[in-house]
Design a protein around this ligand. Structure first.
Ligand code: HEM
Length: 173
């Protein structure tokens, strides 16, 4: 997708200058909440039989915590530049190569978002409605990009496997 198409996409998600300024101003607070919120997300994942085995290993959590926080930093910087798109789509592709079901990722986003909002509202200087709207817009856009890349990777892999199967059909028929 070229820059113009991406810009139109952001416009459709209503990510405008106000949203970008707002998120950039809130970035240090958002990062603080994200660090705390991550622990709730890990607790939730450990309780899910589809993924628990991965989270029982401490080193995996350490590695993932760093990756997820680095992504939060990327998202809350709200630059929407080439680096951001590569990182976000690359993350979706990495996830697509694992054996976990798609909903663990969307649920992690949902839990992370809910916990960040809870923390922001309970803080001394609580978030305003526009702050939450801005956070919601960029988060939904991030989900669209990463999960879009996730499904694209799976579809491309299926198409490649099916094309290989066609090529060797005469050998097995
Ligand atoms: C808010 C949701 C999530 C975000 C932002 C996120 C972010 C990332 C990022 C940035 C990486 C790449 C790390 C790197 O290259 O160093 C990654 C890798 C990974 N993520 Fe996630 N993740 C999310 C949810 C999950 C969930 C729910 C799981 C549960 C199973 C998961 C499992 C993994 C694993 C196993 C890798 C390593 C893949 C590999 O090494 O090939 N992620 N994630």
């Amino acid at each position: 997708m070229n820059d113009e198409a991406r810009s139109l996409q952001r416009e459709f998600f209503r990510i405008d200058e106000d949203v970008i300024d707002r998120v950039q101003h809130l970035k240090s607070r958002l990062m603080k909440y994200a660090e705390t919120a991550l622990e709730t997300v890990f607790d939730h994942l450990i309780g899910n039989p589809d993924v628990a085995h991965y989270f029982e290993i401490t080193d995996n959590i350490t590695y993932l915590r760093a990756g997820m926080l680095a992504h939060c930093d990327e998202l809350f910087s709200a630059r929407f530049d080439e680096h951001y798109y590569e990182a976000t789509e690359g993350m979706g592709e990495r996830h697509a190569k694992l054996e976990f079901p798609a909903h663990v990722y969307t649920a992690a986003y949902s839990n992370m978002f809910a916990r960040i909002v809870e923390l922001a509202m309970a803080d001394r200087r609580s978030f305003k409605t526009d702050d939450i709207t801005a956070l919601s817009r960029i988060t939904h856009y991030d989900i669209e990009l990463s999960m879009g890349a996730f499904y694209r990777h799976i579809m491309d892999k299926r198409a490649a496997l099916s094309s290989d199967a066609q090529k060797i059909r005469h050998l097995v028929d």
